[in-house]
Design a protein around this ligand. Structure first.
Ligand code: THU
Length: 135
């Protein structure tokens, strides 16, 4: 694993412990590197009204935006799952707002089962600003 990805893995592994997931018991940690090199992290935050819960990726994006960064260079997501944890559809669109198609997303488990895909592979046919151009 490249050093830059390894630093995302460390950050996401640490922050995952802080997830608030009393309903699913599925703690997720996300780390993303912004264009200036800063790493931002997030965790899933569930709610007793289940649909109000938010994903780890959304938390990391919110932290990046609050810090004044708007371009994602790389993403990593980790959970204690039998399979590399895959960003949900909504999170793929959220990540795409701030990522080019060649941005790498590493999906991994706490056991080290890991898979890396690009944003274009994760969300082919992404809805973009170009679709709004006639409005
Ligand atoms: N979850 C994330 O935070 N990120 C993902 O990529 C997949 C799913 C959360 C949402 C919910 O709190 C829990 O995992 C189970 O779906």
């Amino acid at each position: 694993m490249p050093d830059l990805t390894a630093s995302l893995l460390l950050a996401a592994t640490d922050i995952r412990e802080m997830a608030y997931a009393p309903y699913s018991n599925f703690k997720v940690g996300a780390a993303l590197r912004a264009q200036d090199g800063t790493i931002f992290t997030g965790v899933n935050v569930e709610n007793v009204a289940y649909p109000e819960g938010t994903c780890a990726e959304a938390g990391a994006i919110a932290a990046m935006i609050a810090a004044g960064q708007t371009k994602i260079s790389e993403v990593l997501v980790i959970a204690d799952s039998p399979l590399p944890v895959s960003p949900c559809g909504g999170c793929r669109q959220k990540l795409a707002e701030f990522s080019d198609g060649d941005v790498k997303v590493t999906m991994t488990t706490t056991e080290g089962n890991s898979q890396t895909m690009t944003m274009s592979e994760l969300l082919p046919g992404v809805f973009t600003q170009a679709h709004l151009d006639n409005t």
